[in-house]
Design a protein around this ligand. Sequence first.
Ligand code: RRO
Length: 312
Amino acid sequence: MTRPTTLQSSIGQVTLDSYVMNASGPRCSSAEELHLIGRSNAAAIVTKSCTILPREGNAEPRYRDLELGAIQSMGLPNLGYNAYLDLVPELLEHNKPVVVSISGLSLADNETMVKAFDGSDASLLEVNFSCPNIAGKPQTAYDFEQVENSLTRLCSLTDKPLGIKLAPYFDMSHFDSMAEILNRFPIAFISTINSIGNTLIIDPQTERAVIKPKGGFGGLCGQYVKPIGLANVHAFRQRLRDDIDIVGVGGIYNGTDAFEYALAGASAVQVATSFQQQGEGCFQRINDELAALLEAKGYASIKEVIGQLKAF
Ligand code: RRO
């Protein structure tokens, strides 16, 4: 499939034919779903975060659409890492990068999976340090010492471009501390943000939370989180080494959203809620809207925009 060169980008030296891919999140657990992404205009195929063993995920109801997004507590439903190892070769036949998301329930699990995928032809590895929805498992991304320990081990296990999926941060001191840690490791990229964990939506009619797992606490997604995603991308762009790419995630529904992420410093973006709500046509639409916006503004390439947020 030919795509406008204006949207070509790269993550960890891996070329992307467009700017928009799916996020590790909805509609990317099964072989069928992943092939559907492969046939779409998405820049890459990103798998659902995998664990050592297959998981059904949390009890239902575990997802609810909201006026400006969604709340969910899926609980890592996935086929188990061996299934994704088997799928990598056939997914690569779509001629786009395959990004495997890894989300072990322990460091030992992550070590096992990083080693296994290092021996595969996966293009990029994204280790998820920020799933908010497993009862009793705090998000690694909020435990800075654990991030450092994990990266010390994981970076030694692969020569593939390795990235980590971060949780949203809300304080400048956290951006400073996390960037200082990340800059000491040979990581290729970060993806930011994951959903805003442990939020609560209450239905006043039923007088219940709208989802069941974890007593109703779940990850907030969609338009609600875009300003937080933009802030995280921009704060890290100002602090990370130039060779660490940033994948922007959070509330991207249209070409203008993607353009804003580019200004903030994202080398590519991932789409979750809009993909969940609208299906795989969202990739073509958002890429087309972005290309039209670039043309209207007189830019020849998305690369001219990345990180160019203007100061007052
Ligand atoms: O599956 C989930 O519940 C989930 C994961 Br792994 C994640 O990283 N972020 C999220 O909002 N949900």
